[in-house]
Design a protein around this ligand. Structure first.
Ligand code: PLP
Length: 426
């Protein structure tokens, strides 16, 4: 029996000092960046068909190191994973008006990358175990216009990639995986993120490893590899000299990663395995500590899969607990547990989709002839994702903190204290 009052009601706070901020950057990265600055070559890309079309020495060294680390035939680095997703959708040959099935539980860029090529995002629901795409909902959303599936390995756990690829083969679709939150994880011994037609990872500052901004595209497909590089680097100015016959989506950008970022990335990649294992240890300690708290579901890890715990996702059985998520959240925050998130994105509910205003002001592409049918983004199309967001999902943002064992034990103590007051103080 915990006799102390909840901090929410004036009792002592369980956690007095804030957790240490996650910072994976060390001396190796500083030295690597300094050497590039001193060399004077901060980028070497040229947007024309010359050897420098492929970038400078650090870009290429980083790409070869990533190929080895992720066990994939080709890697193309980019200046953000948002850029990477745009390049991926273009490279698989998506046409205006094509439908691409995507999860609503993701960072908005997964869906925006589809719209970028004037294709139509179609949101399928998620399953509540791993919060990844629900296969039944994916199948139910396939129409004659569907050309691809954008799957996300959300929070650090692989989607059901084998089943998705099987659906894709059956319906002649391409699959893109967004593994921004699950680098360095495995699904049946295979590297998460490398099992679709094209996939990749983010290098932004709150992912497991980072270069400030950046992204890593991976593919085993030679043709997609070529096209990713062209879209990254001014395709339209390169295709003639390179002898590219298929001009589909050869609309270029400057998505090139710099030499400094690449040099930092080389060092970060060496540390990724250790960082992921550190997260896994903290998460396991948290799960062990929280075991037995009624109405609290800790993360599910599917057989044969590993979890990178970008987020530590939980579900509250609010009916059984008889108290709202909001109340539990405020009690936990008062105890000093920062980084607890009530709900997660439901991308289809963003104003862009609700109002169908994206390019220009008149509803393009939805109102144009290229859009084959009236695609709904109404509340209710993804009931599982929506209920989790509105009512039951509670995420601990492990990506924000560097947690020592003592920190984890304090978080457990805060949960236990709050739980012991459900029905009395709460
Ligand atoms: C972080 C993230 C992105 C975007 O990556 P950036 O490198 O910030 O552009 C896309 N998808 C998911 C799931 C992410 O977590």
């Amino acid at each position: 029996m915990i006799t102390e009052k909840l901090a929410l009601h004036g009792g002592p706070k369980t956690i007095a000092k804030p957790f240490k901020r996650y910072n994976p950057i060390g001396k190796e990265e500083v030295d690597a960046a300094k050497a590039v600055v001193e060399s004077g070559v901060l980028s070497k890309f040229l947007g024309c068909w010359e050897p420098d079309f492929y970038g400078g020495p650090k870009v290429q060294e980083f790409e070869r190191a990533c190929e080895k680390f992720f066990g994939v035939k080709h890697v193309v680095t980019v200046n953000s994973w948002t850029s990477g997703l745009i390049a991926a959708v273009g490279a698989i040959g998506i046409e205006p008006g094509d439908e691409v099935i995507v999860t609503p539980w993701t960072m908005c860029a997964s869906a925006t990358a589809i719209l970028h090529w004037n294709a139509i995002p179609v949101f399928a629901d998620i399953e509540p175990e791993t919060f990844n795409l629900d296969l039944k909902s994916v199948e139910a959303n396939i129409t004659p216009y569907t050309k691809a599936i954008m799957a996300v390995d959300i929070f650090g756990h692989s989607c059901d990639i084998d089943a998705l690829m099987e659906i894709a083969v059956r319906h002649n679709l391409k699959v893109i995986t967004d593994t921004a939150q699950a680098p360095g994880t495995f699904n049946q011994g295979r590297v998460t993120g490398t099992l679709a037609h094209v996939g990749g990872y983010s290098l932004n500052y709150h992912k497991h490893i980072h270069t400030g901004e950046g992204g890593i595209l991976v593919t085993n497909d030679d043709d997609i590899f070529d096209r990713l590089q062209l879209i990254r680097n001014h395709a339209e100015a390169v295709v003639a000299d390179k002898g590219v016959g298929n001009l589909t989506n050869m609309v270029g950008h400057n998505f090139r990663l710099g030499e400094i970022e690449s040099a930092i990335g080389i060092e970060q990649l060496k540390k990724l395995k250790g960082f992921v294992e550190g997260r896994q240890r903290a998460a396991q300690r948290l799960t062990d500590g929280l075991r037995g708290l009624s109405g609290l579901r800790t993360p599910v890890v599917k057989p044969g899969c590993t979890h990178a715990y970008y987020m530590y996702p939980m579900i509250l059985d609010v009916d059984r607990l008889g108290v709202s998520r909001e109340k539990i959240h405020s009690a936990m925050e008062a105890e000093g547990v920062t980084g607890l998130a009530q709900g997660y994105a439901n991308v289809h509910l963003l104003p862009m989709y609700q109002k169908k205003v994206a390019y220009g002001s008149n509803g393009f592409p939805w109102t144009s002839d290229i859009c084959h049918r009236d695609v709904s983004y109404a509340k209710g199309i993804c009931p599982v994702a929506e209920e989790l967001h509105d009512k039951t999902y509670l995420g601990f943002e492990m990506c924000l903190h560097e947690l020592e064992n003592e920190d984890v034990d304090l978080i457990v103590a805060a949960f236990k204290k709050v739980w012991s007051k459900i029905g009395s103080e709460l």
